[in-house]
Design a protein around this ligand. Structure first.
Ligand SMILES: Cc1cc2nc3c(=O)[nH]c(=O)nc-3n(C[C@H](O)[C@H](O)[C@H](O)COP(=O)(O)OP(=O)(O)OC[C@H]3O[C@@H](n4cnc5c(N)ncnc54)[C@H](O)[C@@H]3O)c2cc1C
Ligand code: FES
Length: 351
């Protein structure tokens, strides 16, 4: 047994029934050997639906690269829920996330977070980052998809007089547009940045299914490294556009939700959550993670889009379908990713 473990065990005897962790956290909320945490230092609201939450992370946090994201956990009604958020602050600055309220966790973060609250964290990760050498860039974003790109612009533009970046950003309207004043100021202040803001409320969505819109705003788009983040339709259209232009490597896409196959008419089934002693009937298109949570099962989760593998759960029996590829998994004891698989017939899970 290591020295630290021995000290921890001795302390447990004196602090029982609460663990030494519980006492440590009263003294210092960032002190936890088990779970990385951060203390909220500021909350800035943007309109009714969004907020930027700055936090001071504890030991175990790695400084983020511009464009990366982190898993953030909050407790809602006593249950810890995890979601992923891009780190919108410039590289080298204290981290912050900018959250738009669309569902359970984001609404909680936007409406209830206050200074001195504690967030559960996992270290930053992600490959949606700036190129290592100088290159002309094209950023295409919509809605909350601006967040990783904001970190890139804040990092690059003030420090690099040779930067050459075109940003095409869509938002529903002026009130909904995140960072709009800062983007307009940067656009005026720095010759290396051109910002084009498009309001979909008045003008409809920009059509990226062919090259004409992007050609008009940015005639040399083919020679730029492109980054896209926003709703699924925007990502799918731009991926096809760049592929049809023979430039699939020139485009990098960040998805906030997984690219799933169209809902199939495959029958679902009854899922038995063995350890939790719960059952739920579901269709063949809803991820098992969502079915379990809805039934009140405490399901492990992280990115909720098939990247982080935090949701891996042993399949005791039955068949599940990968909602991204259609592949069937049916091996007893196989670890399945509940966030991107659905039941095909009766399924037993060890959770
Ligand atoms: C790498 C990564 C980075 C992310 N960065 C941010 C960020 O910077 N800011 C932010 O607000 N959110 C971001 N998200 C989305 C975030 O993780 C949550 O999915 C989102 O907050 C919804 O969670 P919820 O619990 O509120 O909604 P839920 O109750 O989980 O349900 C919301 C539904 O909407 C879908 N969805 C997720 N994101 C969007 C979206 N932007 N627009 C429309 N539908 C969506 C989900 O797939 C789900 O089906 C990111 C996600 C990933 C994977
Ligand atoms: S929650 Fe990240 S892979 Fe399933």
């Amino acid at each position: 047994m290591g020295v630290l473990k021995a000290i921890h065990r001795a302390a447990s005897v004196w602090t029982s029934p609460a663990s030494p962790e519980d006492y440590l956290q009263i003294i210092n909320p960032l002190a936890s050997a088990r779970q990385l945490r951060g203390v909220v230092t500021e909350v800035r609201r943007h309109g009714a639906r969004s907020a930027t939450i700055s936090f001071r992370p504890g030991r175990g946090w790695e400084p983020h690269l511009a464009g990366q994201w982190a898993r953030v956990g909050v407790e809602i009604n006593g249950v810890r829920q995890w979601r992923s958020y891009s780190l919108s602050a410039a590289q080298g600055h204290d981290p912050e996330i900018t959250v738009t309220a669309i569902g359970r966790v984001s609404r909680h973060l936007v409406e209830h977070t206050k200074t001195a609250d504690v967030l559960f964290l996992a270290p930053p990760q992600g490959e949606f980052i700036l190129p290592t050498g100088p290159r002309p860039l094209l950023m295409i974003t919509a809605g909350s998809g601006i967040t990783p790109v904001m970190s890139m612009l804040r990092t690059l533009i003030p420090r690099r007089p040779d930067a050459d970046v075109v940003l095409i950003h869509s938002a529903r309207n002026e009130d909904d547009a995140l960072f709009i004043d800062e983007l307009r100021t940067m656009d005026r202040q720095y010759a290396g940045l051109t910002v084009v803001i498009h309001f979909t409320g008045n003008n409809g969505r920009i059509d990226f299914s062919n090259a004409s819109a992007v050609e008009t705003v940015c005639p040399d788009w083919r020679s730029r490294k492109a980054y896209v983040c926003g709703p699924t339709e925007l990502l799918d259209d731009t991926e096809k556009l760049w592929a049809n232009a023979g430039l699939p490597q020139g485009l990098q896409v960040e998805r906030f939700a997984p690219a799933l196959l169209a809902p199939s008419d495959t029958d679902g089934g009854t899922i038995t959550f063995a350890k939790s002693d719960k059952e739920a009937v579901c269709d063949g298109s809803t991820p098992i993670l969502e079915v379990g949570e809805e039934a009140g099962v405490i399901m492990p989760s992280g990115c909720r889009m098939g990247i982080c593998r935090t949701c891996l759960t042993p399949l005791v029996s039955g068949q599940v379908r990968d909602l991204r590829t259609g592949e069937i998994h049916a091996d007893e004891g196989e670890l399945i990713q509940t966030c991107i698989t659905a039941a095909v017939g009766p399924v037993h899970l060890e959770v």
